[in-house]
Write a protein that binds this ligand. Structure first.
Ligand SMILES: NC(=O)c1ccc[n+]([C@@H]2O[C@H](COP(=O)([O-])OP(=O)(O)OC[C@H]3O[C@@H](n4cnc5c(N)ncnc54)[C@H](O)[C@@H]3O)[C@@H](O)[C@H]2O)c1
Length: 252
């Protein structure tokens, strides 16, 4: 039996690396998946690449209420009620000393991770089946502080607060709510971070992170997708309000 047979799933940031890997695994496990992303060309190419009748897409900005409402409505119009939300859209911002950290960047990073996850839940929860699952993609960054990473790290911590509140509100409906916390992943998002960091620390950013990770390497998007599948499926039926680390031991 496939783990998400007949389930309706929404994946934000669906055109990106982890979103795409997760959507592909969800569909292979029998789900119908709505990919949601701001980047239209990448979204269309992700949907075409996945080449599966059970995958559809809608362009939406998760920071905009009307846009999120429309994306939820596109999903319910196409397939009916929703079983799984994967709130995954993300942006990084910059690394700067506090006195130089640009306010507009701070707002933009919060808008995607915190307000974006909030809006997705606000508009999708009323359309969810009891017994569903919400997974918010946070980060190992929610378990530590690093100088200069003000917007990203605080936003990733804030997502845990949202998850905890939701897990209690939705428990009577048996909707489980958890965060996943990937460590550095071998993809473009992390590579851009490491390029920036390299300029500040004056050494190879990838090696720097590998030394912080007990398993000694970056993760792969498909490894995160498998952990998300665990949280999305009934395999984790007694798990709610939890933080699942998928970080090679970085937060240990
Ligand atoms: N890459 C890593 O090392 C890593 C580690 C820990 C956590 N994460 C988290 O994983 C998630 C996915 O990141 P990724 O590595 O796949 O990066 P990615 O850049 O490949 O994917 C992010 C996607 O989010 C989309 N997006 C950004 N702003 C949006 C908005 N306003 N509305 C809708 N979509 C928007 C982008 O267009 C992109 O497709 C992010 O939340 C990120 O913080 C990543």
């Amino acid at each position: 039996m496939r783990q998400l047979e007949g389930k309706i799933c929404v994946v934000t940031g669906g055109a990106g690396s982890i979103g795409r890997a997760t959507a592909s695994l969800f569909a292979a496990q029998g789900a119908k998946v709505m990919l949601v992303d701001l980047a239209e060309a990448e979204l269309n190419s992700a949907t075409a690449d996945l080449d599966n009748d059970n995958i559809s897409c809608v362009v939406a900005d998760v920071t905009d209420a009307r846009s999120v409402r429309d994306a939820v409505e596109a999903t319910t119009t196409r397939w009916g009620r929703i079983d799984v939300l994967f709130s995954n859209a993300g942006n990084f911002g910059v690394v700067r000393p506090i006195a130089d950290y640009p306010e507009d960047v701070f707002d933009a990073v919060y808008a995607v991770h915190v307000k974006g996850a909030f809006l997705l839940c606000k508009y999708a929860v009323p359309q969810m089946n009891d017994g569903g699952s919400i997974v918010i993609n946070s980060s190992v960054a929610a378990t530590r502080g690093d100088p200069g990473v003000y917007a990203y790290i605080t936003a990733k911590h804030a997502q845990v607060g949202l998850m905890r509140c939701l897990s209690k509100e939705l428990a009577p409906r048996r909707i489980r709510v958890n965060t996943i916390h990937p460590g550095p992943i071998d993809n473009g998002f992390q590579f851009a971070v490491e390029k920036d960091l390299q300029n500040i620390i004056g050494r190879d950013g990838t090696e720097f992170f590998n030394e912080l990770i007990p398993l000694g390497r970056h993760g792969r998007p498909d490894e995160i997708a498998r952990s998300v599948l665990f949280l999305a499926s009934d395999q984790s039926s007694f798990t709610t309000g939890s933080m699942l680390m998928a970080d090679g031991g970085m937060s240990a």
